[in-house]
Design a protein around this ligand. Structure first.
Ligand code: HPA
Length: 261
């Protein structure tokens, strides 16, 4: 079996290559406002780029925005594609391949996640130290070879993020932890969360893991940042209103911007 090639709009691809982004960031639910901090140079919808499914989730705009953030040229994906929208692992990870095709070699993946670790607080950020892929699939299905997943999330970049957080007084609200990635779209049962806690997960969500696998297969350096938007099922205070999830992530988005600048 082989893997079908992507086909993107050549004109936009050339424009993005000329811009030469140093950093790519995929913005999860509610983090979309991070784009406001960008000195915008250009933007286009996922649809205009061709070969990319459109995101249907509230809180996900489904477009690329590029420009300067602080001193750096950044390409933001405002929104992403999810398995639970009915797409396969290749479609979910097309944004990562697009970013790689235009020169991005450092990729930050952000998401909204449920908290499993009682030491964390809602609205806090968790820098991913590792993940557990429970989606049952991989973007590398049909590709040749096997890739290692040790240090999938760059230890050096993690260290940089923690140093920056300490510098700007966010040390207490930025944690390190393991992210469990599930297919969704339903939230978990308390029994499932109990199992995930036993397995060493600190946060749970429905994205990111496949993008990380794809990015690592392409040799990109990856950082993952979760916003802990709610307590997971069975945890005291658990709640699952998507509007609340987006609202909490919006507030935490300001911290994310400070970490990025
Ligand atoms: N579970 C799964 N995905 C999520 C959650 C959750 O509790 N919160 C935000 N995304």
């Amino acid at each position: 079996m082989s893997v079908a090639a992507d086909s993107f709009d050549e004109c936009l691809l050339a424009e993005l290559k000329t811009f030469a982004p140093e950093l790519g960031v995929v913005l999860g639910s509610g983090f979309g406002d991070v784009a406001d901090a960008l000195e915008e140079v250009g933007e286009c919808s996922f649809r205009e780029l061709g070969g990319i499914a459109t995101s249907t989730v509230p809180g996900h705009a489904g477009r690329f925005v590029w420009g300067e953030l602080g001193e750096r040229r950044v390409l933001l994906a405002q929104g992403r594609i999810h398995l639970y929208e009915g797409h396969g692992a290749r479609e979910v990870t097309v944004l990562v391949r697009l970013m790689h095709a235009v020169g991005v070699r450092r990729l930050m993946l952000t998401n909204a996640a449920g908290a499993l670790n009682a030491d964390f607080g809602l609205g806090n950020l968790m820098v991913l130290s590792d993940h557990i892929n429970l989606t049952g699939t991989s973007p590398l299905n049909g590709a040749e070879g096997f890739i290692g997943m040790v240090d999938a999330y760059s230890p050096a970049w993690r260290e940089e993020i923690f140093q920056r957080a300490a510098q700007i007084g966010l040390g207490g609200s930025v944690h390190s932890g393991v992210y469990a990635g599930l297919r969704g779209p339903q939230y978990e049962t308390p029994a499932e969360i109990g199992m995930l806690r036993t397995c060493g997960a600190d946060a749970v969500g429905m994205s990111t893991v496949l993008e990380t696998i794809q990015a690592r297969a392409l040799g990109m350096e990856v950082a993952g940042v979760s916003c802990l938007t709610n307590w997971a099922a069975g945890m005291p205070g658990a709640s699952f209103d998507h509007a609340d999830v987006v609202e909490v992530a919006k507030r935490a988005g300001r911290d994310l911007v400070k970490l990025l600048i």
